[in-house]
Design a protein around this ligand. Structure first.
Ligand code: GDP
Ligand code: IMO
Ligand code: MG
Length: 426
């Protein structure tokens, strides 16, 4: 069977983890294809909340195969913490979690370089999650990196030390103090744990699953507007967050991609630096942050909030070949008499409806249309027909603007607060 993909259409934190968990019963295999512990995917069910960073969000469903693909970067320290937290919840990952030998390792020194580089940039910092993502992908593309498969090699320790030496030279350029010896024990504990998990040649496994007609859902991390090529460079992450990244990050051919679920919030958020045309630096933004509990799942940082941005959404839809949309957090918009939707930008004195090349140095101003809001509290609604009329209109408005159906609507963080419409294709 073809591989379905679920990925974020904004700047991350759209609710990918929640929906992957909801859709997992329909699939045999859930696979992460890029990113690493910069991701924080929140799942809520039976009164508890769980945040996953590296592990696919299908992990709570017994009998499902979860794959960490070659495109992912893994920090053994964070990974071990995740595994320990899952164990405490009675989830035994040894049976259903498989790791690609070609996934790259995040070393403690990658984290140090990330921190040193961000500190040196001062006001111009990317606002990275400080998880070592950029430096680890730099070593991957620079052909210096260490991969999961390397930990099985007898020379692993000496190869580790060689790379650390290179990193020390790099770190010496910064005025940055560190204590590597304090960080290393946790790293090697994580390495030992990974050694005891099933390591696979994931490109062969994924293609075998496809041949065996297994149903597969690929889970994106970050969001399309953080893609290293198509995001607001340099304020991006270091991986390919779009559908094409699925092929690279799992070793599957483009012809094997099936449905592409594009997930977005009914408004926008962004964490870290970089342009955000519809950002609200006022009490409305503050209200969205409060009502939406918009604080990072990985770093706890407050998320910047703003209105829905249609040109950016359409850009992401185009890049990904989205076939259906998933709208999250409509409950957070309850209580606004009017909602604003950005339909165009004012840029260099012109009205445009596309994302221009330079959004970092040139001012870009949102042009809004106003739509009717709704007052009803939505978190107990389980039937799409019971949603307020003006929310139905909001859905229809977005469907018309994008030319795509919204097939899932979410009204709260819990698994149960998710409505799948009859028009959904799977
Ligand atoms: P991800 O990175 O895309 O998986 O998203 P995050 O977990 O970082 O952020 C989404 C946040 O919104 C989490 O705290 C979720 O529990 C929460 N959430 C998801 N869907 C909804 C929703 O429909 N309504 C509300 N109020 N919260 C939601
Ligand atoms: P999930 O998967 C939101 C942002 C960071 C920063 C930029 C670069 O939970 O949606 P990095 O650490 O990757 O070098 O940071 O990208 N960022 C995210 N923002 N959600 C994420 O993941 C993110 N992962 C990275 O805040 O602006
Ligand atoms: Mg997140």
């Amino acid at each position: 069977m073809k591989v379905d993909v679920l990925l974020g259409l904004q700047w991350g934190d759209e609710g990918k983890g929640k929906v992957v968990d909801v859709l997992t019963p329909r699939y045999d295999v859930i696979a992460r294809f890029q990113g690493g512990p910069n991701a924080g995917h929140t799942l809520e069910f039976e009164g508890t909340k769980h945040v996953l960073h590296t592990i696919p969000s299908g992990i709570f469903h017994a009998g499902k195969v979860n794959v960490i693909g070659n495109g992912v970067v893994i920090d053994p320290v964070v990974f071990k913490k995740e595994i320990d937290a899952l164990k405490a919840r009675g989830v035994d990952v040894a049976k259903n979690l498989f790791i690609s030998r070609k996934a790259h390792l995040i070393l403690p020194t990658h984290r140090l370089i990330d921190a040193a580089s961000e500190a040196a940039k001062g006001k111009e910092k990317i606002g990275s999650t400080l998880k070592g993502i950029g430096p680890a992908y730099m070593d991957k593309t620079g052909r210096n990196g260490l991969r999961i498969g390397d930990i099985e090699h007898p020379d692993f320790l000496s190869n580790y030390n060689k790379l650390v030496q290179k990193h020390k030279v790099l770190l010496a350029q910064y005025n940055f103090e560190y204590n590597l010896a304090e960080m290393e024990p946790a790293f090697f504990e994580g390495i030992e744990l990974i050694k005891n998990l099933p390591l696979i040649d994931s490109e062969y496994e994924m293609n075998r699953f496809i041949k065996e007609n297994k149903s597969i859902l690929a889970e994106g991390a970050q969001g399309s507007l953080l893609d290293v090529d198509f995001g607001s460079y340099p304020f991006v992450t270091s991986s390919h967050t779009i559908t094409a990244g699925t092929c690279i990050g799992l070793g599957i051919a483009p012809t094997n991609i099936g449905e592409v679920y594009g997930i977005f919030k009914a408004y926008c958020t962004r964490v870290g630096s970089g342009p955000f045309p519809t950002e609200l630096n006022d009490e409305t933004g503050e209200l969205l942050r409060k009502k939406g509990n918009e604080f990072g799942a990985t770093t706890g940082r407050p998320r910047r909030c703003g209105w829905l941005d249609i040109p950016a959404l359409k850009y992401a839809i185009m890049l990904n070949g989205v076939t259906q949309l998933i709208m999250m957090k409509s409950d957070v918009l309850s209580g606004f008499e009017k909602l604003k939707v950005c339909t165009k930008y004012k840029y260099r004195g012109q009205l445009i409806d596309y994302v221009p090349y330079d959004v970092v140095n040139e001012p870009i101003e949102p042009v809004y249309e106003e739509v009717e809001g709704w007052n009803e509290v939505l978190d107990h609604v389980t039937d799409i027909d019971e949603l307020p009329q003006s929310l139905h209109k909001y859905i229809a408005y977005i469907e018309k603007a994008t030319g795509l159906p919204i097939t899932i609507v979410s009204v709260g963080p819990d698994r149960k607060q998710t409505m799948l419409r009859d028009i959904m294709v799977k």
